[in-house]
Design a protein around this ligand. Structure first.
Ligand SMILES: [Zn+2]
Length: 117
């Protein structure tokens, strides 16, 4: 486990316990999660998933080039934040279920939006 916390309200464990090589990306992700938490009135947020090792990603059927492998993605409980709120928090990748943002990431390159059916 890395020392300290990636940001004030999040722990390394709840962001997938990334290795040192992915600490910086996970901190960047956590900064955006803090912004989202603020936008949502400071309501406690427990991400469902963060960094995934390649083995873990395969186990859960994640995309082969998933941002979770980079420590740049988190999955959120439906009902926490809307897509519009995730956009305001600066996430560049947003997967939605109805009006809710359920995957957010800080990918580099062109923004991406998709819906889980
Ligand atoms: Zn995800």
């Amino acid at each position: 486990m890395l020392p300290g916390r990636p940001s004030e309200h999040f722990t390394w464990a709840e962001l997938g316990d990334p290795p040192r090589s992915h600490a910086q990306d996970t901190r960047h992700l956590a900064e955006h999660l803090e912004r989202l938490r603020d936008i949502c009135g400071g309501r406690p947020l427990s991400p469902l998933s963060g960094y995934r090792s390649p083995g873990r990603n395969a186990q859960v059927g994640g995309a082969r080039r998933s941002q979770h492998l980079e420590g740049r993605a988190a999955d959120l409980p439906a009902g926490y934040a809307t897509v519009a709120q995730a956009e305001r928090a600066g996430f560049t990748g947003i997967g939605s279920s109805g009006r809710w943002a359920v995957h957010v990431d800080v990918r580099e390159g062109p923004p991406a939006r998709w819906e889980y059916l």
